[in-house]
Design a protein around this ligand. Sequence first.
Ligand SMILES: [Zn+2]
Length: 112
Amino acid sequence: MNTIDVSSRRARAIFYSSGDWKRIRQDRLDLDNNECQWHKAEGKTLAAGMHDEHGNLVVLEVDHIKELADYPELALDIDNLRTLCKDCHNKRHKRFNYRPSKKKRKWDDEWW
Ligand SMILES: [Zn+2]
C-alpha cells in the first residue's frame, strides 16, 4: 500500500478528495448504519436525516480513531474509522470554538 502524504494542509485536502477516501468513508457509514457511534454508545440514536437536540439536521463525519497526522498508514484502514456526528467530532478534537467555513462543503472531514 502506498504511503499517504498528510503532512500539509494541501496534502490532506488531496487525500480527502480522493476516490479511495470517498469509497471507504461510505463503507464506514454503511457499516455504522449512518449513525453517530458515540451517541449510540450512550443509548441514543442520531442518524442521517434526523435532527439533533438543537433541532439541527444531523451531520455525520468519519473520524480517524488513530489520528491521520500520526498514523498516515491507517488513513484507509476501515477499522481505524468511525462515524461521528459533527458535535461529537468537534468534542473529540476539542474544537469548541471553531468557525464554520463560509464555503459550503459536502463533507467537512478535511477540517481535521
Ligand atoms: Zn454524536
